[in-house]
Design a binder for this molecule. Sequence first.
Ligand SMILES: *Cc1c(COP(=O)(O)O)cnc(C)c1O
Length: 371
Amino acid sequence: MTATLKRSIPFLDLAAASRELAPRIEAALLRVARSGQYIGGPEVAMFETDWAAYCGAKHAVGCGNGLDAVTLALRACGVGPGDGVIVPAHTFVATWHAIAALGARVQPVAVDPVTMVMDPKAAAAAIDSTTRVILPVHLYGQPAPMDRLLALARDTGLKVVEDAAQAHGTRFRDRPIGAHGDAVAWSFYPAKTLGALGDGGAVTTDDPKIADRIRRLTNYGATAKYDAVELGINSRLDPLQAAVLAVKLRHLTTWVARRARIAGIYAEELAGTGLVLPVTLPGTDPSWHLYVVRHAHRDRLAARLADAGIGTGIHYPIPCYRQGAHRGIGINRQALTQADRISETVLSLPMGPHLPEEDARRVADVLRAAL
Ligand SMILES: *Cc1c(COP(=O)(O)O)cnc(C)c1O
Protein backbone atom coordinates (compact mmCIF):
# COMPACT_ATOMS: atom_id res chain seq x y z
CA MET A 1 0.00 0.00 0.00
CA THR A 2 1.38 3.38 -0.89
CA ALA A 3 0.52 6.27 1.31
CA THR A 4 0.76 9.56 -0.49
CA LEU A 5 2.39 11.99 1.86
CA LYS A 6 0.77 15.35 1.46
CA ARG A 7 2.25 18.65 2.48
CA SER A 8 0.49 20.34 5.32
CA ILE A 9 -1.36 23.55 4.46
CA PRO A 10 -0.94 26.30 7.05
CA PHE A 11 -3.81 28.65 7.80
CA LEU A 12 -1.49 31.52 6.85
CA ASP A 13 2.11 31.59 5.60
CA LEU A 14 3.33 34.83 7.17
CA ALA A 15 6.87 34.70 5.77
CA ALA A 16 5.79 34.14 2.14
CA ALA A 17 5.65 37.85 1.25
CA SER A 18 9.11 38.43 2.71
CA ARG A 19 10.39 35.56 0.56
CA GLU A 20 8.73 36.86 -2.61
CA LEU A 21 10.15 40.36 -2.11
CA ALA A 22 13.33 39.45 -0.20
CA PRO A 23 15.87 41.66 -2.03
CA ARG A 24 13.69 44.77 -1.89
CA ILE A 25 12.51 44.31 1.69
CA GLU A 26 16.01 43.58 2.94
CA ALA A 27 17.41 46.59 1.06
CA ALA A 28 14.74 48.79 2.68
CA LEU A 29 15.63 47.54 6.15
CA LEU A 30 19.35 48.15 5.57
CA ARG A 31 18.67 51.63 4.20
CA VAL A 32 16.83 52.61 7.39
CA ALA A 33 19.44 50.95 9.62
CA ARG A 34 22.16 53.04 7.97
CA SER A 35 20.16 56.27 7.80
CA GLY A 36 20.41 57.42 11.41
CA GLN A 37 16.70 58.41 11.22
CA TYR A 38 14.91 55.98 13.52
CA ILE A 39 11.80 57.98 14.45
CA GLY A 40 9.63 59.67 11.82
CA GLY A 41 11.50 61.09 8.85
CA PRO A 42 11.21 60.59 5.09
CA GLU A 43 10.40 56.84 5.11
CA VAL A 44 7.32 57.44 7.27
CA ALA A 45 6.32 60.56 5.33
CA MET A 46 6.64 58.77 1.99
CA PHE A 47 4.58 55.78 3.12
CA GLU A 48 1.91 58.09 4.53
CA THR A 49 1.69 59.80 1.13
CA ASP A 50 1.53 56.46 -0.71
CA TRP A 51 -1.06 55.03 1.67
CA ALA A 52 -3.31 58.10 1.45
CA ALA A 53 -3.14 57.86 -2.35
CA TYR A 54 -3.96 54.14 -2.35
CA CYS A 55 -6.94 54.81 -0.09
CA GLY A 56 -8.17 57.79 -2.10
CA ALA A 57 -7.81 59.92 1.03
CA LYS A 58 -6.29 63.38 1.36
CA HIS A 59 -4.32 62.53 4.51
CA ALA A 60 -2.74 59.52 6.22
CA VAL A 61 -1.16 59.71 9.67
CA GLY A 62 0.94 56.79 10.86
CA CYS A 63 0.68 55.47 14.40
CA GLY A 64 1.85 52.54 16.47
CA ASN A 65 -0.88 49.94 15.86
CA GLY A 66 -4.49 49.40 14.92
CA LEU A 67 -5.91 49.75 18.43
CA ASP A 68 -4.30 53.19 18.72
CA ALA A 69 -5.60 54.06 15.25
CA VAL A 70 -9.23 53.37 16.25
CA THR A 71 -8.79 55.14 19.59
CA LEU A 72 -7.16 58.20 18.01
CA ALA A 73 -9.80 58.38 15.26
CA LEU A 74 -12.58 58.34 17.87
CA ARG A 75 -10.84 61.01 19.97
CA ALA A 76 -10.30 63.22 16.94
CA CYS A 77 -14.03 62.91 16.19
CA GLY A 78 -14.79 64.23 19.64
CA VAL A 79 -15.58 61.02 21.52
CA GLY A 80 -15.05 61.30 25.27
CA PRO A 81 -16.42 59.94 28.54
CA GLY A 82 -20.14 59.12 28.41
CA ASP A 83 -20.46 59.42 24.62
CA GLY A 84 -22.17 56.52 22.84
CA VAL A 85 -20.52 54.72 19.94
CA ILE A 86 -22.54 52.37 17.72
CA VAL A 87 -20.39 49.29 17.00
CA PRO A 88 -21.02 45.76 15.73
CA ALA A 89 -21.54 43.17 18.46
CA HIS A 90 -19.49 40.81 16.32
CA THR A 91 -15.95 42.16 15.79
CA PHE A 92 -12.39 41.80 17.05
CA VAL A 93 -12.25 42.96 20.66
CA ALA A 94 -9.88 45.88 19.87
CA THR A 95 -12.80 47.80 18.30
CA TRP A 96 -14.65 47.68 21.62
CA HIS A 97 -11.48 48.40 23.63
CA ALA A 98 -10.94 51.67 21.75
CA ILE A 99 -14.39 52.90 22.81
CA ALA A 100 -14.17 51.70 26.40
CA ALA A 101 -10.65 53.11 26.87
CA LEU A 102 -12.04 56.61 26.26
CA GLY A 103 -14.71 56.13 28.92
CA ALA A 104 -17.27 56.08 26.11
CA ARG A 105 -20.30 53.79 25.87
CA VAL A 106 -20.20 50.67 23.72
CA GLN A 107 -23.55 50.46 21.89
CA PRO A 108 -23.47 47.02 20.25
CA VAL A 109 -25.65 46.32 17.22
CA ALA A 110 -26.39 43.27 15.07
CA VAL A 111 -24.59 42.58 11.83
CA ASP A 112 -26.20 41.65 8.53
CA PRO A 113 -26.28 37.85 8.70
CA VAL A 114 -25.20 37.57 5.06
CA THR A 115 -22.28 40.03 4.96
CA MET A 116 -21.34 39.99 8.69
CA VAL A 117 -20.92 43.77 8.73
CA MET A 118 -23.00 46.45 10.47
CA ASP A 119 -26.71 46.39 9.66
CA PRO A 120 -27.81 50.03 9.08
CA LYS A 121 -31.35 49.30 10.36
CA ALA A 122 -29.94 47.88 13.59
CA ALA A 123 -27.62 50.89 13.86
CA ALA A 124 -30.51 53.32 13.41
CA ALA A 125 -32.54 51.57 16.10
CA ALA A 126 -29.70 51.77 18.65
CA ILE A 127 -29.01 55.51 18.36
CA ASP A 128 -29.90 57.43 21.53
CA SER A 129 -29.22 60.87 22.99
CA THR A 130 -25.67 59.91 24.01
CA THR A 131 -24.61 58.60 20.59
CA ARG A 132 -21.84 60.54 18.89
CA VAL A 133 -20.21 58.17 16.40
CA ILE A 134 -21.13 55.20 14.20
CA LEU A 135 -18.17 52.78 14.04
CA PRO A 136 -18.61 50.12 11.34
CA VAL A 137 -15.99 47.38 10.94
CA HIS A 138 -15.16 46.07 7.47
CA LEU A 139 -14.85 42.62 8.97
CA TYR A 140 -13.09 39.85 7.03
CA GLY A 141 -12.48 42.42 4.25
CA GLN A 142 -16.22 42.85 3.49
CA PRO A 143 -17.16 46.52 3.14
CA ALA A 144 -19.86 47.82 5.45
CA PRO A 145 -22.72 49.50 3.49
CA MET A 146 -21.14 52.95 3.62
CA ASP A 147 -23.81 54.67 1.50
CA ARG A 148 -26.58 53.81 3.96
CA LEU A 149 -24.43 54.37 7.05
CA LEU A 150 -23.29 57.80 5.83
CA ALA A 151 -26.90 58.74 5.06
CA LEU A 152 -27.89 57.66 8.57
CA ALA A 153 -25.05 59.68 10.08
CA ARG A 154 -26.01 62.72 8.04
CA ASP A 155 -29.65 62.46 9.11
CA THR A 156 -28.75 62.11 12.78
CA GLY A 157 -25.79 64.50 12.98
CA LEU A 158 -23.29 61.77 13.90
CA LYS A 159 -19.72 61.18 12.78
CA VAL A 160 -18.52 57.96 11.15
CA VAL A 161 -15.25 56.26 12.11
CA GLU A 162 -14.38 53.08 10.18
CA ASP A 163 -12.36 50.20 11.58
CA ALA A 164 -10.59 49.13 8.39
CA ALA A 165 -7.98 46.88 10.03
CA GLN A 166 -9.19 44.02 7.79
CA ALA A 167 -9.98 46.03 4.68
CA HIS A 168 -6.72 46.93 2.88
CA GLY A 169 -7.72 46.87 -0.79
CA THR A 170 -11.46 46.51 -0.12
CA ARG A 171 -13.62 48.62 -2.42
CA PHE A 172 -17.17 49.90 -2.06
CA ARG A 173 -18.99 51.32 -5.11
CA ASP A 174 -15.78 51.65 -7.15
CA ARG A 175 -13.99 53.54 -4.41
CA PRO A 176 -11.38 52.10 -2.07
CA ILE A 177 -12.19 51.98 1.62
CA GLY A 178 -10.23 54.85 3.16
CA ALA A 179 -12.20 58.09 3.08
CA HIS A 180 -15.94 57.35 3.11
CA GLY A 181 -16.31 58.22 6.79
CA ASP A 182 -14.78 61.06 8.82
CA ALA A 183 -11.77 58.96 9.84
CA VAL A 184 -10.62 55.46 8.88
CA ALA A 185 -8.42 53.35 11.17
CA TRP A 186 -5.85 50.87 9.83
CA SER A 187 -3.62 48.21 11.36
CA PHE A 188 -0.47 46.87 9.72
CA TYR A 189 -0.13 43.96 12.16
CA PRO A 190 1.83 41.24 10.30
CA ALA A 191 -1.19 39.00 9.59
CA LYS A 192 -3.23 41.82 8.02
CA THR A 193 -3.69 42.01 4.25
CA LEU A 194 -1.01 44.74 4.22
CA GLY A 195 1.21 43.71 7.12
CA ALA A 196 4.50 44.99 8.49
CA LEU A 197 7.28 42.95 10.14
CA GLY A 198 5.93 44.10 13.50
CA ASP A 199 3.30 46.54 14.72
CA GLY A 200 2.05 49.53 12.78
CA GLY A 201 -1.09 51.53 12.14
CA ALA A 202 -2.52 54.63 10.47
CA VAL A 203 -5.60 56.81 10.19
CA THR A 204 -6.76 58.15 6.82
CA THR A 205 -9.12 61.09 6.42
CA ASP A 206 -10.10 63.87 4.04
CA ASP A 207 -10.41 66.32 6.93
CA PRO A 208 -7.21 68.32 7.58
CA LYS A 209 -8.38 69.19 11.12
CA ILE A 210 -8.79 65.53 12.02
CA ALA A 211 -5.40 64.71 10.47
CA ASP A 212 -3.69 67.50 12.42
CA ARG A 213 -5.36 66.52 15.67
CA ILE A 214 -4.32 62.88 15.27
CA ARG A 215 -0.77 63.87 14.43
CA ARG A 216 -0.65 65.96 17.59
CA LEU A 217 -2.20 63.22 19.73
CA THR A 218 0.39 60.67 18.53
CA ASN A 219 3.15 63.07 19.63
CA TYR A 220 2.29 63.64 23.33
CA GLY A 221 -0.38 66.17 22.35
CA ALA A 222 2.34 68.63 21.40
CA THR A 223 1.94 71.29 18.70
CA ALA A 224 5.55 72.39 18.63
CA LYS A 225 8.45 70.62 20.25
CA TYR A 226 8.06 70.40 24.03
CA ASP A 227 4.68 72.17 24.17
CA ALA A 228 1.92 69.69 24.95
CA VAL A 229 -1.42 71.45 24.67
CA GLU A 230 -3.41 68.30 25.47
CA LEU A 231 -2.85 64.86 26.96
CA GLY A 232 -1.56 62.89 23.99
CA ILE A 233 0.21 59.57 23.74
CA ASN A 234 3.35 58.26 22.06
CA SER A 235 2.20 56.18 19.09
CA ARG A 236 4.44 56.14 16.04
CA LEU A 237 4.75 54.25 12.81
CA ASP A 238 8.33 52.95 12.90
CA PRO A 239 10.44 53.99 9.86
CA LEU A 240 11.65 50.37 9.48
CA GLN A 241 8.03 49.26 9.19
CA ALA A 242 7.14 52.19 6.92
CA ALA A 243 9.98 51.25 4.54
CA VAL A 244 8.80 47.62 4.42
CA LEU A 245 5.16 48.65 3.98
CA ALA A 246 6.07 50.91 1.06
CA VAL A 247 7.67 47.93 -0.71
CA LYS A 248 4.70 45.65 -0.01
CA LEU A 249 2.12 48.29 -0.97
CA ARG A 250 3.23 48.09 -4.61
CA HIS A 251 2.01 44.46 -4.60
CA LEU A 252 -1.19 44.92 -2.64
CA THR A 253 -3.51 45.13 -5.66
CA THR A 254 -2.01 41.94 -7.13
CA TRP A 255 -2.19 40.20 -3.78
CA VAL A 256 -5.85 41.14 -3.26
CA ALA A 257 -6.61 39.81 -6.77
CA ARG A 258 -4.93 36.51 -5.83
CA ARG A 259 -7.02 36.35 -2.67
CA ALA A 260 -10.14 36.88 -4.79
CA ARG A 261 -9.09 33.97 -7.02
CA ILE A 262 -8.75 31.70 -3.96
CA ALA A 263 -12.17 32.90 -2.75
CA GLY A 264 -13.55 32.06 -6.21
CA ILE A 265 -12.18 28.52 -5.98
CA TYR A 266 -13.72 28.01 -2.55
CA ALA A 267 -17.05 29.43 -3.73
CA GLU A 268 -17.12 27.12 -6.73
CA GLU A 269 -15.94 23.97 -4.97
CA LEU A 270 -18.02 24.40 -1.81
CA ALA A 271 -21.34 25.44 -3.37
CA GLY A 272 -24.23 23.20 -2.35
CA THR A 273 -22.34 21.49 0.48
CA GLY A 274 -24.44 22.90 3.31
CA LEU A 275 -21.71 25.32 4.37
CA VAL A 276 -22.81 28.95 4.63
CA LEU A 277 -20.40 30.72 2.29
CA PRO A 278 -19.42 34.41 2.16
CA VAL A 279 -21.02 36.44 -0.61
CA THR A 280 -20.01 39.34 -2.79
CA LEU A 281 -22.81 41.89 -3.02
CA PRO A 282 -23.12 43.98 -6.20
CA GLY A 283 -20.99 47.12 -5.99
CA THR A 284 -18.55 45.61 -3.51
CA ASP A 285 -15.05 44.17 -3.88
CA PRO A 286 -14.07 42.43 -0.64
CA SER A 287 -10.32 42.10 -0.03
CA TRP A 288 -10.85 38.55 1.29
CA HIS A 289 -8.72 39.24 4.34
CA LEU A 290 -10.36 36.10 5.74
CA TYR A 291 -12.53 33.48 4.04
CA VAL A 292 -15.05 32.61 6.73
CA VAL A 293 -17.60 29.82 6.31
CA ARG A 294 -20.27 28.88 8.83
CA HIS A 295 -21.57 25.50 9.91
CA ALA A 296 -23.32 24.10 12.99
CA HIS A 297 -20.61 21.43 13.32
CA ARG A 298 -17.71 23.82 12.88
CA ASP A 299 -15.47 22.07 15.44
CA ARG A 300 -15.89 18.68 13.76
CA LEU A 301 -14.99 20.19 10.38
CA ALA A 302 -11.92 21.94 11.83
CA ALA A 303 -10.81 18.61 13.35
CA ARG A 304 -11.19 16.80 10.01
CA LEU A 305 -9.14 19.49 8.30
CA ALA A 306 -6.50 19.32 11.05
CA ASP A 307 -6.30 15.53 10.56
CA ALA A 308 -5.48 16.23 6.91
CA GLY A 309 -2.75 18.69 7.91
CA ILE A 310 -4.83 21.77 7.10
CA GLY A 311 -4.81 24.77 9.45
CA THR A 312 -7.89 26.88 10.15
CA GLY A 313 -8.79 29.81 12.41
CA ILE A 314 -11.81 31.03 14.36
CA HIS A 315 -12.54 34.75 14.14
CA TYR A 316 -13.65 35.05 16.88
CA PRO A 317 -14.34 32.30 19.40
CA ILE A 318 -15.59 34.51 22.29
CA PRO A 319 -17.92 37.46 21.61
CA CYS A 320 -16.62 40.78 22.93
CA TYR A 321 -19.41 41.08 25.48
CA ARG A 322 -18.44 37.76 27.11
CA GLN A 323 -14.82 38.82 27.61
CA GLY A 324 -13.87 40.05 31.08
CA ALA A 325 -12.91 43.54 29.92
CA HIS A 326 -16.45 44.19 28.70
CA ARG A 327 -18.47 42.30 31.27
CA GLY A 328 -21.56 44.26 32.16
CA ILE A 329 -22.39 45.40 28.64
CA GLY A 330 -25.80 43.79 28.39
CA ILE A 331 -27.75 46.21 26.23
CA ASN A 332 -29.23 44.99 22.96
CA ARG A 333 -29.70 41.31 23.84
CA GLN A 334 -30.64 40.46 20.28
CA ALA A 335 -27.27 41.64 18.92
CA LEU A 336 -25.38 39.81 21.67
CA THR A 337 -27.27 36.56 21.08
CA GLN A 338 -26.49 36.85 17.39
CA ALA A 339 -22.79 37.33 18.27
CA ASP A 340 -22.95 34.12 20.32
CA ARG A 341 -24.36 32.18 17.38
CA ILE A 342 -21.75 33.59 15.02
CA SER A 343 -18.87 32.75 17.36
CA GLU A 344 -20.09 29.16 17.61
CA THR A 345 -20.30 28.56 13.88
CA VAL A 346 -17.54 30.50 12.07
CA LEU A 347 -14.51 28.81 10.56
CA SER A 348 -11.74 30.62 8.65
CA LEU A 349 -10.19 28.59 5.83
CA PRO A 350 -6.57 28.98 4.67
CA MET A 351 -6.33 32.24 2.73
CA GLY A 352 -3.55 34.41 1.40
CA PRO A 353 -1.95 35.66 -1.80
CA HIS A 354 0.68 32.95 -1.60
CA LEU A 355 -1.69 30.02 -1.03
CA PRO A 356 -1.31 27.74 -4.09
CA GLU A 357 -4.59 27.25 -5.95
CA GLU A 358 -4.18 23.46 -5.78
CA ASP A 359 -4.00 23.76 -1.99
CA ALA A 360 -7.31 25.63 -1.94
CA ARG A 361 -8.80 22.81 -4.04
CA ARG A 362 -7.47 20.23 -1.57
CA VAL A 363 -8.97 22.16 1.37
CA ALA A 364 -12.31 22.07 -0.47
CA ASP A 365 -11.95 18.33 -1.23
CA VAL A 366 -11.35 17.50 2.44
CA LEU A 367 -14.27 19.69 3.49
CA ARG A 368 -16.62 18.11 0.93
CA ALA A 369 -15.65 14.64 2.14
CA ALA A 370 -16.26 15.69 5.76
CA LEU A 371 -19.70 17.14 5.05
C1 LIG B 1 -6.23 43.69 14.01
C2 LIG B 1 -7.44 44.48 14.32
C3 LIG B 1 -7.39 45.59 15.17
C4 LIG B 1 -6.21 45.95 16.00
O1 LIG B 1 -5.01 46.12 15.30
P1 LIG B 1 -3.63 45.98 16.09
O2 LIG B 1 -2.65 46.54 15.14
O3 LIG B 1 -3.42 44.53 16.36
O4 LIG B 1 -3.74 46.77 17.34
C5 LIG B 1 -8.54 46.34 15.33
N1 LIG B 1 -9.69 46.00 14.71
C6 LIG B 1 -9.78 44.93 13.90
C7 LIG B 1 -11.08 44.62 13.22
C8 LIG B 1 -8.66 44.12 13.69
O5 LIG B 1 -8.76 43.04 12.90
